[in-house]
Design a protein around this ligand. Structure first.
Ligand SMILES: [Zn+2]
Length: 466
């Protein structure tokens, strides 16, 4: 194994050279032809030209000719279980889509969440994601150990992972959208969340599994669960995640129910801070953006999902200008059926340019930064991942850019952001290969395709009979 010691005190090395490198460090350092030396689970050295000579314990040399090396992609918002409810309610806005799908989602069980997690993780990993997250908030009674099944799937795939343990306690009878049988009690949700953090969260440098506290959204969660959820996260020293300011309907809902807009509501419940990141943040005015910047609250920008549900365009260039940390998210695949993150680099760039005089709203390097370092920032892991620097963890991707899709584009970063989704020749997570030549090393794609189809059909049958 690449990260293990060959003998007492010796650490195995992987040397990658002859490749273009975009480090995404603070200065956007790039090398037209350079090298990366990986020692154990960390980057030992990186630079222009050939790797240093005389390195001991080199177990593998990779000729990166025709490739761009970047930090591994970091996904900051997803709902894995939706992998088995893709392609439904395809012409709906958010609220109508939720109402159409909640009754089906409320029938999920452990077998389904495991298969769906494998599908979601596999699709992302083969496209260069090295750190994944899952915001899981549907916990039907008697459905088994859903959190455990999701964490197991991530661990088997070999990717770094944050489980955002979600919850809902505002159902139809309290003016919320989920059906009554799909929600937990306030006390039940808090206790189960605390148990999940204590069982699975690893706070150490290089952790492969972390847990965040993540009530679903203002329109599916009581004010008390928001408030006590924030207190719980801070008592346990973990991060907070939720959906925010996604649609005009949500804004209206907040004004009607709370007498204020979403950002003011979040502030009033303890939900702004540098330990918080929120999905979407589409409907933000100048003072909302200023509040996020002042408090260091992060944003998971999900351009494809926002387009799929006609939610609107998040003001990413304004957020970046104000200093708001912004990462990219696939979002659940019931509202972004492709489930890939490398295509979100392109979509983020294109969607933020829509409108007159917006041709420079985001550039290729900013898009790459959103998908790497920005993601690491919002997950609270910027000291460990998100850029290629000596001492950081060896999470990286070799993108093949000498094929038909990219060879005629001179600039490597422009090629992978503006061009087609580039093939992944090799990705490393924690110094260990996870994908080689576009193929998952630790999972069988055909078996996942079969099991996700079977579980999707089983869920549809159960939902139809209920
Ligand atoms: Zn979402």
């Amino acid at each position: 194994m690449a990260a293990s010691a060959t003998q007492e005190g010796a650490v195995e090395r992987i040397v990658i050279e002859n490749c273009a490198i975009a480090t995404v460090d603070a200065n956007d350092t790039e090398y037209a032809s350079g090298y990366v030396v990986v020692a154990g689970n960390k980057i030992e050295s990186i630079g222009a030209g050939k790797a240093p000579e005389g390195l001991a314990d080199v177990v593998r040399r990779v000729d990166g000719t025709g490739h761009l090396v970047t930090p591994g992609l970091v996904n900051t918002h997803h709902h894995f279980y939706q992998w088995i409810t893709r392609g439904l309610a395809t012409d709906h806005n958010l609220f109508n889509w939720l109402v159409a799908l909640y009754p089906t989602w409320a029938r999920i069980d452990e077998q389904m969440t495991y298969a769906a997690a494998q599908g979601s993780l596999g699709m992302m990993a083969r496209g260069g994601v090295t750190t994944a997250m899952d915001h899981h908030y549907v916990f039907p009674k008697g459905s088994g150990d859903l959190s455990g099944s999701i964490i197991r799937a991530a661990s088997e795939m070999g990717v770094r992972f944050t489980l955002a343990r979600g919850s809902m306690d505002r159902s139809e009878k309290d003016g919320g959208l989920p059906p009554d049988f799909a929600v937990e009690s306030l006390e039940g949700a808090l206790a189960a969340t605390e148990e999940t953090v204590k069982k699975h969260h690893d706070a150490s440098f290089g952790a492969m599994t972390q847990v965040a506290v993540a009530p679903c959204s203002p329109f599916s969660v009581s004010t008390e669960l928001m408030r006590q959820g924030a207190e719980l996260a801070r008592r346990l020293g973990v991060r907070l995640h939720t959906h925010g300011s996604e649609t005009v309907e949500e804004e209206k809902f907040c004004h009607e129910l709370f007498g204020m807009g979403p950002t003011d509501y979040f502030e009033s419940t303890g939900w702004l801070g540098e330990d918080v990141w929120m999905a979407h943040c589409v409907h933000m005015n100048d003072s909302d953006i200023a509040a996020f910047a002042r408090t260091g609250t992060g944003v998971a920008h999900c351009p494809s999902s926002n387009a799929r549900l006609a939610a609107g365009i998040a003001r990413v260039p304004d957020m970046l200008k104000a200093g708001v940390p912004v990462g990219l998210g696939v979002d659940g695949t019931a509202s972004n059926e492709s489930g890939e993150l490398h295509t979100e680099l392109r979509n983020a760039l294109l969607i933020n340019r829509l409108g007159a005089h917006r041709e420079a709203a985001l550039n290729a390097r900013q898009a790459l930064r959103l998908g790497t370092y920005g993601g690491a920032q919002v997950l609270g892991r910027a000291p460990e991942i998100g850029s290629l620097e000596a001492g950081k963890l060896a999470d990286l991707v070799l993108w093949k850019i000498d094929g038909i899709g990219h060879a005629s584009i001179a600039d490597p970063v422009t090629a992978i952001v503006f061009g087609a989704a580039a093939p992944v020749t090799l990705s490393l997570v924690n110094g260990k290969p996870v994908v080689e030549n576009g193929t998952l090393l630790h999972a069988d794609e055909d078996a996942i395709a079969r099991s996700t189809r079977d579980q999707a059909q089983r869920l549809a049958r159960i939902a139809a009979g209920s």
